[in-house]
Design a protein around this ligand. Sequence first.
Ligand code: MEV
Length: 390
Amino acid sequence: MMFKRFYTKSPSERRQILEADGARNLNDLAGIPNAEIETLDRMSENVIGAWRLPLGVVPQFTVNKKCHRIAMATEEPSVIAAVNRISKLINACQDGIHCSFDSPVTMAQISGAVSLAQANVFKQIINQNKAQWLSLANEQNPQLAELGGGAFDIQLEILPPEWNELWRETFVIFKLYVHTLDAMGANAVNTMAEALLRYIENEYVFFTPCMAIVSNASEGRLVHASIDIPFAILEEITGMPGSNFAMLIARASALADRCPERAVTHNKGILNGIIAAAIPLGQDTRAIQAAAYDYACKTGVHLPLVRWNMSSKSLHGEMHIPLPIGSVGGLRKIPAVNAAFAFDKIDNYAELCSVLASVGMTQNLGALWALTTEGIQAGHMKLHNRKGAV
Ligand code: MEV
């Protein structure tokens, strides 16, 4: 009974109830200044405070000719150390890392059961009514359409009865494609998809709804990053002959290409960087990870998201990664997130994409440098040990 309507209480009332239930050390677990608690309470459910992560910084980091700062929240010190170390290489290259991004498209699936014959009827229905369905979707978010985005296509996928041994029923999946502009877009797209699901359910009695939800497979949101680091710069900063260094890195990259078990770890390091930078920027880090691993496995084999190879003069890095992220929306109501955008000198969606992709790429080069020279224990773990990790 003591937890009845717990969610309606204030954070301090929730703490009192938890203490009456025997919870101890709540300040250690979740202590924060009172001024912030109301904002946090609006952001999540049953809030009693905040969990703290150390925030480290990379003071200079050049992407598309612009010098950014990066705030990174992570408990793994070597992540920030690696980006700082490699930022010297990146900054020494004329334009830094080059980044571009595809116009972001988010897809939602609206699914339900029908008979096989009715599934084919839906092929005609969708052909005849696509424009009307898209209007209905766009009515849910007129602002997005006004800004030049919005729902622009619906495709039908049919799962024949054999797809499920147990029920043996045909499934239709309507895939709704939406230009989400500068937003991450999951909320906007989910609202559209749910409106369509309700509409289809009401309009076509033979359709039994299953669900409507965004797909985190975010291939429509690819970001591309690349850099050429001349041997002379490699030599100056690493103290190693440039071609030797490039060869170590290119070989380590080839190993990740050939060996999925290595690719998983290679990609984990990339996400170490992206997630640490994405947390202060208020991004949905789980969506980023889900999309990255899905994309890495697109061929059925886990492949590296960043690749390095060498020419006769330079080390070349290339990255392609889906980033379901946004620079506008509810996140911008959070003062700490706005402060992070300002601190990082991120002025728009393009810069958000560029910075996050570049941090991932940089992190990977830092990890490969450590792994192929002094090794993980000497370099990478030295910092871990400082905080008493085992
Ligand atoms: C550790 O968190 C990340 C690394 O394992 C990444 C890698 O192996 O490339 C160092």
